[in-house]
Write a protein that binds this ligand. Sequence first.
Ligand code: AMP
Length: 396
Amino acid sequence: MKTIDDLNFKGLKAIVRVDFNVPLNDKFEITDETRINAAIPTIKKIIGDGGMAILMSHLGRPKIGPEEKFSLKHLVPALSKKLGVDVKFASDCIGEVPEKMAAELKNGEVLLLENLRFYKEETKGDKDFAKKLSGLADVYVNDAFGTAHRAHASTTIIAQFFPNHKYFGYVMANELANINIVLKESKRPFTAILGGAKVSGKIEIIKNLLDKVDNLIVGGGMMFTFIKAMGGNVGDSLIEDDLIGTAKKALEAAKAKGVNLLIPDDAIIADEFNNDANILECDANDIPDGWMGLDIGENSRETFTEVIKNSATILWNGPMGVFEMENYAQGTKVIAEAVADATDKGAFSLIGGGDSVAAINKYNLAGRVSYVSTGGGAMLELIEGKELPGVKAVEG
Ligand code: AMP
């Protein structure tokens, strides 16, 4: 893997694809700077070497053409402060404006281009558009892991114009290295924990993981499709009838491959989907009509904790229940703590996917797991066993 550590950027202009897709409030103030913070070390390395950084990103989902609320200019003050340099801003990402500003850049300076998605050519992966962007710089750096699964102009297509001058930034390198530890160098026993609402988004992941893991724990709303596939009664719980056959196949495949597939045997059930509903605990395969399972039960929490504590590698994606509501958060909380405890004892743990990251943060455990992945969709595609176009383009 060629990373920016392989190059001294002195006197070079690097066009860097960053992920500055940050949330802004009504006053165009940044409400969460995590993504900007993540890109700072890469930018500092380039300008610290005496190079020039030309930053490009998307922000939000603009329809066609410029829109004030999606302008990257709102990021300039925060970025300048974090970098300790006056970041210049080009009001367009291609054409005369950025061409002139890029030409005038001096060593150690930073130029931020306007939102790439003001041009539909970006998401279409247009070659001419990518070529225009490439003309601004000597070197291409991709540090936007969150969009690495998209074959967009700035994430993938542009790389072909830098056949010998393309590098991964630190965010990319870190994400890939940590996900590789889990997928390619995992120590045994390897336990994957999958939760969240639906089986549909996770079926490819389940298939790929069955060839790798010793234990596969399934919780969250998706457990009920498995329980129904095994002949259980799930009452009014979340269910995907069209995937019952797929769940059956996964159960059979797990058996054939000797994978310990753990489905909860008890559940916290409620008579309404809200925190103030009537609540009971019952067998997960015997839920009465009019009731729905919204969390895993005590017995399952204990069984899963035991398995997690004895694991050497842990991958966790998706909450065990509707953890946003306090009465159905216990399963997710206990699992988060078990993952942290196992990590304290030497296990490698990787947490990824929006809601499991939110859960680990909610319980203040991010510091007690090995790695928290920030690239939801990109990380899930890697776990599905897919090659990411943005990664392939830089490696190829
Ligand atoms: P996902 O985006 O697929 O990871 O799903 C995350 C969502 O799944 C969270 O908002 C949870 O509230 C929801 N969830 C977890 N368990 C259940 C359940 N038993 N029934 C309905 N939704 C659930």
